[in-house]
Design a protein around this ligand. Structure first.
Ligand code: IMP
Ligand code: MG
Length: 175
């Protein structure tokens, strides 16, 4: 194929798997005996959500999806967020964890948290695989974080560049 770019591995599949297991164990402990709704933010969180859900030892986990589109160019968001796919069940009175691929400027997550809070859940927490603090514009508490990374555009394990590379089993930097 043409226009092949080189991808340098930043976080290996093995490191991701170890960290996801740790996050799952922590969530298992902290939500023991409670029903939990995992809200995966489409599309970037699909692999992380699939692995995280299996690392949570509980028979009271529900999965919902939220599709958002954030206007901007291919590598950065503007903060204008639109919901393109909404939850299929109400979350009032529920303990919710939003599962996101990456918090970059924080604008998308700020919008999502505010939006979900208006639906009266018992609690809303955030689990993000990656955080790029260098580009943060709005502060959002990340309750469960996989890895902090430098200001690099990353792809793989769900994350895309122009819809490509989501299927890579590791996280890499596009060269
Ligand atoms: P924010 O609103 O700037 O925090 O952007 C969040 C969204 O931008 C993420 O959910 C991703 O979809 C996308 N994004 C931000 N940084 C990257 C990156 O390095 N690679 C791929 N997508 C990214
Ligand atoms: Mg995203």
């Amino acid at each position: 194929m043409t226009d092949e770019k080189k991808i340098a591995e930043l976080i290996s599949a093995q490191k991701i798997a170890e960290r996801v297991r740790e996050l799952g164990a922590q969530i298992t402990r902290e939500y023991a005996g409670r029903e939990l709704v995992l809200v995966g933010v489409l599309k970037g969180s699909f692999l992380f959500l699939a692995d995280l859900a299996r690392a949570i030892e509980s028979t009271h986990v529900r999965v919902e999806f939220l599709g958002v589109q954030s206007y901007g160019d291919e590598t950065s968001s503007s903060g204008v967020v639109e919901i393109t796919f909404d939850l299929k069940k109400p979350i009032d009175g529920k303990d919710v964890i939003v599962v996101e691929d990456i918090v970059d400027t924080g604008l998308t997550m700020d919008y999502i948290k505010k939006n979900l809070t208006t639906r009266n859940p018992a609690s809303v927490k955030l689990c993000a695989l990656l955080h790029k603090p260098a580009r943060q514009k709005v502060k959002t508490a990340i309750d469960y974080l996989g890895f902090t990374i430098e200001d690099l555009f990353v792809v793989g394990y769900g994350l895309d560049y122009a819809q490509r590379y989501r299927n890579l089993p590791y996280i890499g930097v596009l060269g």
